[in-house]
Design a protein around this ligand. Structure first.
Ligand SMILES: [Zn+2]
Length: 231
């Protein structure tokens, strides 16, 4: 199929560093640059930090996914927006930068980003990733395919193929098709990447990642990082 100007932005959240590093050769085979959205960096050991550098050095983005992974709506209700911005953004951003990661883009914990939090994110990052698809298929995908840079993006697709709410490959294929036709960018959100499927949860298998990359290539799509979606 002809090359499309469309691209997909694959994002993987939390702190599954060992498994992400194990996915590097597969991503390299497809020349796919992806984004790992890391929270709780201050709890990671030296090996995990080294793993994140290995990912970054291979051309992937290490994005910021809050300091402690609180639900922003609940936290702000209890402690206020200033406390959230100081603790969950500024403190954590400083830790990322001290460890050698740029913290240029942001991914909301639990895909929860109330308006005051979104405003604080826009002041600090090139782009923030907000709503997730939560396994839904009733979201208007065309409104989540971006043809111009955005400071807040919403996810079109879901990468946790082993989760009971995964909407299926037919739906993924539909998003890829729409993205290629529109020539825009669509954002996908996932978590862990495992060698073999085990009990259902927030993960995909390496085989499934390979399948997705194959499908994207078949649609003529390229890849971009989360900060690439911003201005
Ligand atoms: Zn998360």
């Amino acid at each position: 199929m002809a090359q499309s100007s469309g691209r997909i932005c694959l994002t993987f959240d939390d702190m599954f560093v060992d498994h992400w590093v194990a996915a590097l050769p597969l991503l390299q085979d497809f020349e796919a640059s992806v984004t790992f959205c890391v929270c709780k960096l201050h709890t990671l050991d030296a090996d995990a930090i080294a793993g994140l550098h290995q990912l970054q050095d291979a051309g992937h983005e290490i994005a910021f996914h809050t300091r402690n992974h609180h639900n922003a709506a609940t936290f702000i209700e209890q402690h206020g927006i200033d406390a959230w911005a100081a603790q969950e953004l500024d403190h954590g951003i400083a830790e990322h930068r001290a460890a050698g990661f740029p913290a240029t883009s942001f991914a909301a914990a639990f895909h929860v980003l109330p308006p005051p939090a979104a405003k604080a994110v826009k002041h600090r990052f090139r782009v923030g990733r907000s709503s997730g698809p939560w396994g839904r298929t009733d979201v208007d995908i065309t409104r989540r395919i971006y043809k111009t840079p955005r400071d807040i993006v919403h996810c079109a697709g879901w990468l946790d193929t082993c989760h009971p709410k995964f909407p299926g490959w037919r739906h993924i294929n539909h998003i890829l098709q729409q993205t290629a036709a529109a020539g825009g960018v669509s954002v996908f959100a996932g978590h862990d990447i495992v060698a073999q499927s085990h009990p259902p949860g927030f993960h995909m298998t390496l085989d499934d990642l390979g399948h997705l990359l194959d499908l994207a290539r078949a649609h003529g799509l390229g890849f971009c990082t989360l900060s690439d979606t911003g201005p």
